[in-house]
Design a protein around this ligand. Sequence first.
Ligand code: NAD
Ligand code: TYD
Length: 359
Amino acid sequence: MRTYLVTGGAGFIGSNFIHYMFNKYGDDIRIINVDKLTYAGNLENLKDIEDRKNYTFVRADITDAAAIEQIFMKNDIDVVVHFAAESHVDRSIRNPEVFVKTNVLGTLVMLNNAKASWEKADGTYPEGKKFLHVSTDEVYGSLEEDGGYFYETTPYAPHSPYSASKASSDMLVKSYMDTYKFPANITNCSNNYGPYQFPEKLIPLIINNALHGKKLPVYGDGKNVRDWLYVMDHAKAIDMVINEGKLFETYNVGGHNEKQNIEIIKIIIETLREMLPDSDPRKAAITEDLITYVEDRKGHDRRYAIAPDKIKSEIGWEPETMFKDGIKLTIKWYFEHEDWMKNVTSGDYMNYYSQMYSV
Ligand code: NAD
Ligand code: TYD
């Protein structure tokens, strides 16, 4: 039975990944989830699987080398799936330190402990051990509006403290592969959307604000482009790279789904209006009049777009969920989980929101 150590499994993509894995493999795998439970980590995301015999949660900080060492000493880990990170660009602009600590130092601690636990006396590694480092397309910088894509060979050119810290963590993983032949893969994925995403990110923020009749803040001219991928398609890609990815390789993962932010906001308004019954009092208030242009993000990357050719040709993965379907699934999930939204937007979130937005 394969044992996975998932870091950051109580966050957005990590919790979707854990659901994906138990749905697919049932009792044939074991998952240990290590998470510090920052503002972005929420055990509610895993309520339905928390009692499984083949699941264990450990609350720990990935920068705490002694705590991580204990986990490796007590368990025979086969695969590390490393999601844990500070993940929000706007927060990184306000407070870069924690991004460097968690994303760079935390990744180093994970690498060192996996290496110490797996490396044999002759410097080789047993068959089947793998460190899957989950990264972002933002490490490649920004593309022009009128062309080009991010390939695995595109030089790194991060702009925000978030993307700089992720780029640094990728470089550390690359250095371990090159120096120690450490068995790893890196995946660089485009923007995800779906259930359990914290409402600091564009899509859940717009859904939540619209449902409360609040202004919909769009940065700058609203024409920045992101390449949106449904989170379960990302989970599937990670599982496939674990199973079939060639060691030491990087794979770009993307949705073939470029959209301007303003288009996303208009699609959400239209979809909410389609899905809400006429009898729902919220429906009348959800119109494009809520859209409000606000000050642009500092250093705002103009366009991201992934070329997922390598993962398609080598591994056979491609995005499956059309945006029009994925956004309906996402909105339906938020409709059905109003309490989840209420819990995560109480307290600290309101302070964050009022510091970040004046609308
Ligand atoms: P998230 O912010 O929703 O979740 C991060 C999780 O990590 C939380 O559960 C948090 O508690 C945990 N965490 C944070 N600091 C920790 C620490 N020091 N020790 C232990 N746990 C800690 O993030 P997400 O959107 O799920 O992203 C997961 C990973 O995927 C990140 O590495 C991110 O860079 C990458 N990624 C995200 C996207 C996206 O669109 N969200 C796209 C590509 C790549
Ligand atoms: P975000 O979800 O923060 O992801 P990232 O910055 O990592 O791509 O933002 C997606 C895009 O939406 C980005 O171009 C910034 C923009 N945006 C807004 O226009 N308004 C908002 O309130 C937020 C959170 C983001």
